[in-house]
Design a protein around this ligand. Structure first.
Ligand code: HEC
Length: 87
């Protein structure tokens, strides 16, 4: 019986790990995707490629532009790092 419970708990853990989105992605989808969808001039795939490893550049842009209005520094930070692919 205990063995089954362990198995179930382990399976749930795997599902959680596999399907939960990073916070940066959730924030991006909520705040940025409406203008940076795949049909836009600067789609997400472009941003990810262009700003790989450069979270500070994204942060600078985000601070100067109206998109960041309403987002906290922390949220900008999380989005920037997610886009740049750094932790
Ligand atoms: C209201 C529409 C809008 C929203 C919302 C928006 N953006 Fe943008 N973003 C733009 C436009 C327009 C440009 C300039 C595109 C161009 O140069 O052709 C741009 C440019 C950028 C650039 C510079 C791209 C480059 O290399 O020229 C970055 C980085 C960026 N956005 C990130 C973000 C992030 C992160 C968010 C969410 C916090 C966001 N944007 C939300 C409209 C938006």
């Amino acid at each position: 019986m205990v063995r089954y419970l362990c198995l179930i708990a382990f399976t749930l853990l795997l599902i959680q790990l596999g399907f939960s989105k990073p916070e940066g992605q959730i924030l991006f989808e909520k705040n940025c995707l409406k203008c940076h969808g795949e049909n836009s001039r600067k789609p997400l795939s472009y941003l990810k490629r262009e700003y790989k490893g450069k979270p500070d550049e994204i942060k600078e842009l985000a601070k100067r532009c109206p998109w960041a209005r309403g987002l906290s520094d922390k949220e900008i930070d999380i989005i920037s790092k997610w886009l740049a692919g750094v932790k």
